[in-house]
Design a protein around this ligand. Structure first.
Ligand code: DX5
Ligand code: ZN
Length: 221
């Protein structure tokens, strides 16, 4: 069985109690924290930035996975690295110089990755696989939590898995959007190993019950 990671998205957490929320979800079995950054420009919503990352950083030891839904990306990357990010991903359409942005993330000591919207082709990976630590496949259009999983994402996950295997490199394959207990196994079967879930976890009273159920599903995938 591959190493599976569950990455709750704090987009659906109680923002008035964010420190406690991340501590609780890690206590209840989360492997990483997914941190959604939206700018009301690249996506039609506005969320949180480096100051909030810095504030939650001391509360958890697990990796913090920063998903940038902002344009442009380069100016803000060092700020997230300094605030304590471990992983930084961005959408290739949001950077004029994708290779440079990936290198910038790595130069700042973080793992780097690209995020693919439902209609974005994977060919952005063609010449940069050596700079990729993580590939994030969106299974919703970015901007909001609580949307429904787009099933076509499974095909793209499988294609990304083939590219990773062909590269021979250790690259995480993450899926984000509409992941629930009842579809996490399908995403794993397609080849994903890292699962973002916002509303499915923070929208429920018992985080441990959801995460345990997700792990049971993954064990049988
Ligand atoms: C959407 C975000 C997701 C979102 C997932 O733009 O990137 O991380 O929080 O939320 P759910 O799991 O509710 O679809
Ligand atoms: Zn996200």
């Amino acid at each position: 069985m591959p190493t599976y990671r569950i990455a709750p998205s704090i987009l659906s957490a109680d923002f008035a109690r964010l420190g406690e929320e991340v501590r609780n979800v890690v206590r209840d079995g989360a492997d990483m924290i997914h941190f959604d950054v939206m700018d009301n420009h690249y996506v039609p919503n506005l969320t949180i930035g480096p100051l909030v990352l810095e504030a939650i950083r001391p509360h958890v030891q697990v990796p913090i996975d920063v998903h940038l839904m902002v344009r442009p990306v380069d100016r803000i990357i060092p700020d997230f690295a300094k605030a304590g990010a471990n992983i930084i991903t961005f959408h290739p359409e949001a950077s004029d110089h994708v290779d440079r942005s990936l290198q910038l993330i790595r130069d700042n000591g973080c793992k780097a990755g690209l995020v693919f919207n439902p209609a974005t082709p994977l060919h952005y990976l063609d010449y940069v696989m050596d700079k990729i630590d993580i590939i994030l496949i969106m299974s919703v259009n970015p901007g909001f939590g609580g949307q429904s999983f787009i099933p076509e994402a499974l095909k793209k996950i499988a294609e990304a898995r083939q590219r990773i295997d062909a590269s021979g490199r250790e690259i995480m394959l993450e899926v984000d959007g509409g992941i629930k207990v009842d579809n996490i196994a399908a995403a794993a079967k397609a080849g994903a190993d890292t699962f973002v879930a916002g509303s499915a976890i923070f929208g429920k009273p018992d985080y441990k019950a959801v995460i345990d159920n997700m792990r049971t599903q993954l064990a049988s995938a």
